[in-house]
Design a protein around this ligand. Sequence first.
Ligand code: NAD
Length: 478
Amino acid sequence: MPKFEYAPAPESRSIVSLRESYGLFINGEFGPGVDGRAFKTISPATEEVLAEVTEAGPADVDRAVSAARKAYEHTWSAMPGRERAKYLFRIARIIQERARELAVLESLDNGKPIRESRDVDIPLVAAHFFYHAGWADKLEYAGYGPAPRPLGVAGQVIPWNFPLLMLAWKIAPALACGNTVVLKPAETTPLTALAFAEICQQADLPPGVVNIVTGAGETGRTLVEHPGIDKVAFTGSTEVGKQIARACAPTRKKVTLELGGKAANVVFEDAPVDQAVEGIVNGIFFNQGHVCCAGSRLLVQESVYSDVLASLRRRLATLRLGDPLDKNTDVGAINSAAQLAKIRELSEVGEAEGAQRWSPPCELPVKGFWFPPTIFTGVSQAHRIAREEIFGPVLSVLTFRTPAEAVEKANNTPYGLSAGVWTEKGSLILWMASRLRAGVVWANTFNKFDPTSPFGGYKESGYGREGGRHGLEAYLDV
Ligand code: NAD
């Protein structure tokens, strides 16, 4: 299959008006940090500095928590659900109105292809607010008793892979249930959270209901350990998740953790090969593999191994890597120099441990952070690339003979976030789904998200669910 040459089709940046510097969003207003510290956020595709962002210190986090407490007690928790719903609907509509701007901003700051931010991230962000707006006045029918109460102030910390979508997963249910929030976006992708702060102003959200404090790990730690927080919601690495669990254990804080993954994507011999290959590609090369539920371990039934692998290689040779703002781009930039170093290191370990590395011919841009789509064959379960989360566009391929062996290998991981099954047989799908220890099992598809479906992990992938009726529980005193 030849790769056709396409003329560049870049999305215009002019719809985004970046400020030179951004303050913290506390009590409905942007303002400077107490100790005047700041950091720069860059475009990972070009290393261009996009803006300077305030680093919140303990005094700022304290102000944000106090603002959220005041808003909780005097405004938000006392407001009838139908009134809260109006604000959430308004926010959802403004997100739709500003969708193109938000998609461009997300691709600039994160490096993900505009096709994904435009067609996946931002529509899902709006959908999450619409969905939870619908719940705000119906909480008594959610199955948590006749008058479920909110928890109070939520401290929320999110990662850089789906910046605005993770914000929506956190803020929409918290607000729908009557909580107020202080959210810290990741240090490499703060810009869409700051745009969201403007949207809160535009929607006339009462001051203090949403507060955004920017900063790195230390700001996150200060927030989750703040005694004024009633609820901690964290998405990020398992390592930090464990630290947070330890810090919160002696407190009365309710905690939900969405952590790492090492999902198996299992292809049986009766699966339609072309569709399965699309699913494999979507499973691991979507968002450069910066996906906690990525299908990073491909398990192929031995009888179809060479067919699947040949098709997969052909398909990978057609992927276009480059400018995230180009509408033809399939694979964008790696989010940061640190993440690129981690992907390189683990890939080198894969080779050193004896697995065979392959990438299609692929020219990498000179500036910025890039890694070609890569597959490893000859991978054994003991290899680090089969056990550790790489969080990049790197697929480890293993084989199996029987369904029982597939289950055993798929579950042979400390994680348990997601899994995929490809087969024509409905009975086999159900048999597999009941045995796979994963929060989500996709059948003949992968990486499908919906605000009505609960999402979350087993084992070291964390606890608690986000989305759907189940996700409301995390923000209610039940
Ligand atoms: P990370 O844990 O280093 O950072 C995540 C967030 O936590 C960032 O905002 C960071 O500033 C903050 N943070 C860092 N140290 C902290 C501390 N001690 N206390 C409080 N906050 C702290 O993870 P990352 O490398 O930025 O993100 C990638 C990881 O996130 C991957 O492991 C991935 O699997 C995971 N992830 C999970 C999900 C999920 O839903 N399960 C979704 C996306 C990403």
